[in-house]
Design a protein. Structure first.
Length: 378
């Protein structure tokens, strides 16, 4: 029986075993140093776990027999347990992963010609309370640990077919699933380290995207620590409307957020910031809204990804009409703003953008009551 993914797995003597799944090269090097082994063992184990998909230490044939036996006693390679798997008619796959105490998070794989994008979760629920998002409506319980974050990628690569060119199924990873990645910075950063490592997943910075609702201090920090692709959930062209749609705007106003974005982009040559903008009928989709949005982004390293709203139970918003979205995009392009419209994928299995809900026991609601919940998120 598998233990909860955030707990150590006991060995036969009841002593805790270390899960090596989410350990970076530097952490593994210290681990092996403690065993009297050379640092290069860390690179070997990383390759076995993340490139050769080894699930047992006895498969790691370039390690000595004694070391393999020792690892079997003191360590493990444990992935989050899969609760369910659903496949969409368009090829999208959604997994529900156990996260303890009857809770679960969702992960979505989107196959496209030339690439396979995995949308992963970083928290059980989300405390940002964006009004158009199913995850926020579920509330927040806890952060996922590194094993649980990277385990989503490991599971996908192990269970999806290898690409025609012999590469793993997952070519791109986006932190756009459940949760606010920058609110779980201490666990997201080492997960990014593994995704970038040549001894683990070896993805380029441009193939990894972190999406944030706008935690300004951590945008600055991410730019210094990692500087992968950044997507910002903007969704409104002014503070008055964004206060209603994205409550964190009351802490970090649009001007402050955009200043942080431009500084982030300046840290690398030819770096653009993607601004996500969900299209809500008669809320933020007028030509005036497009003009105001263009005024914020004109002559800046910015592109806009328009997202048709995906409905979920208990929400009263409606998706903008197709003609309205086309007119909005045309207006942005007329202002010289690069703009695309996201194709809706996996909506028949509730896997589209904004629909991920999983199973969340809202810790904030339990502790504070319904009124306190709202106050705590502002």
């Amino acid at each position: 029986m598998k233990a909860d993914a955030d707990k150590s797995i006991p060995d036969a003597q009841g002593l805790p075993r270390t899960n090596l799944l989410g350990k970076s090269e530097s952490v593994l090097a210290k681990f092996f140093d403690g065993l009297g082994e050379k640092p290069f063992r860390a690179r070997q184990v990383l390759q076995w776990i993340h490139q050769r998909n080894a699930s047992r230490f006895d498969e790691m044939t370039d390690l000595s027999r004694n070391l393999r036996e020792q690892l079997c006693e003191i360590a493990s390679i444990e992935l989050p347990e899969v609760v369910s798997e659903k496949k969409s008619s368009d090829g999208t796959v959604k997994w529900l992963f156990e996260s303890g105490a009857g809770q679960a998070v969702e992960t979505v794989f989107i196959p496209e010609p030339g690439r396979g994008t995995l949308c992963i979760s970083s928290q059980v629920g989300c405390a940002m309370d964006c009004s158009f998002c199913a995850t926020g409506a579920q509330g927040f319980n806890r952060n996922l640990d590194v094993n649980e974050i990277i385990g989503q990628v490991t599971h996908a690569n192990r269970h999806l077919p290898i690409r025609a060119n012999g590469e793993p199924a997952v070519t791109n990873v986006v932190f756009m699933g459940m949760g606010e990645p920058l609110a779980n910075y201490r666990n997201v950063l080492p997960a990014l380290d593994l995704l970038l490592s040549d001894y683990a997943y070896g993805l380029s910075r441009r193939r990894i995207t972190v999406s944030t609702s706008g935690i300004v201090p951590h945008i600055e920090k991410l730019g210094d620590d990692c500087n992968v692709s950044l997507a910002v959930s903007l969704h409104a062209p002014n503070d008055e409307l964004r206060d209603q749609l994205v409550p964190i705007n009351r802490l970090h106003r649009i001007a402050e957020l955009l200043d942080a974005c431009w500084r982030y982009a300046a840290k690398r040559a030819n770096r653009f910031i993607t601004f996500e903008y969900v299209m809500l009928r008669d809320v933020n989709d007028s030509i005036q809204d497009a003009d105001e949005l263009a005024g914020l982004l004109r002559n800046r390293p910015a592109k806009v990804n328009l997202i048709p709203f995906n409905p979920f139970p208990g929400n009263d918003f409606e998706r903008s009409r197709s003609k309205t979205i086309e007119a909005f995009q045309s207006r942005l392009r007329g202002h010289g703003i690069v703009s695309t419209t996201r194709r809706t994928r996996g909506d028949d299995i509730d896997a589209a953008c904004g629909q991920l809900a999983g199973k969340v026991r809202d810790r904030m609601r339990v502790r504070l009551g319904e009124k306190g919940k709202k106050a705590a998120r502002v």
